[in-house]
Design a binder for this molecule. Structure first.
Ligand code: DLZ
Length: 197
């Protein structure tokens, strides 16, 4: 048994939950695999496709703002400015054919939980440190300010290989898809949050 990971997983019923997934588009191969892992876990927990809303942003730096907008728009039922802001953020001229199209058709009830996914890879400047720090603090702030849990799906990577391993698509096949853990964490938090009130 591995010492790492969330430990023995209980099964939670995700049927009543509405879940938002927000992902960055940088490092598309890694993101795409993580997204598949998240969706696999949500499906296994019974979350209906119609209760999952997927939006994208260009890079990880955009995650906190867009996450806050997604959560607030769903809480207020706003269909105007805020909803169109998330749609605008999700539009892309980049050809990312393997990523799913943004989906805004899910039922418009408040999100029980949002999963923010990004993959930051360290370069030769301080860029990585600043963005990692800003996004981590930003996402924490969104969940504390809104009261809606945000699952931290940000990989802060020293190499691309580390990302492939954590997305479960490394050549050696030794990796594990962390997206699956994030999906399970989202369902557990969403269910427990309903029970806490
Ligand atoms: C600019 C940039 C760089 C160099 N690297 C990454 C990365 O590895 N992962 C990622 O998600 N985003 C990266 N970005 C884009 C920034 O997150 C952001 O989108 C831009 O600085 C525009 O605000």
């Amino acid at each position: 048994m591995s010492l790492k990971g969330p430990g023995e997983a209980r099964t939670y019923d995700g049927t009543p939950l509405r879940i938002g997934i927000l992902h960055a588009r940088w490092n598309e191969k890694i993101i795409s695999a993580l997204l598949s892992g998240v969706k696999k876990s949500l499906k296994a927990a019974g979350v209906p496709d119609s209760s999952i809303t997927i939006q994208s942003v260009p890079g990880s730096y955009e995650l906190p703002y867009a996450c806050q907008q997604m959560v607030q728009a769903a809480q207020t039922g706003a269909s105007g400015l805020i909803a169109s802001a998330t749609d605008l953020l999700s539009s892309s001229t980049t050809d990312l054919t393997s990523l799913p199209k943004d989906k805004s058709t899910a039922e418009k009830k408040p999100f029980d939980v949002v999963i923010a996914i990004g993959a930051l890879i360290k370069g030769s400047t301080m860029h990585f440190e600043y963005i990692s720090d800003a996004v981590s603090h930003g996402l924490m702030r969104v969940q504390m300010d809104t009261g809606v849990p945000v699952v931290f799906g940000l990989l802060t990577l020293l190499t691309e290989e580390q990302g492939l391993e954590r997305a479960g698509i490394d050549a050696a096949g030794k990796g594990h898809n962390h997206g699956e853990d994030w999906g399970s964490a989202a369902v557990e938090l969403g269910v427990k949050r309903r029970g806490w009130s």
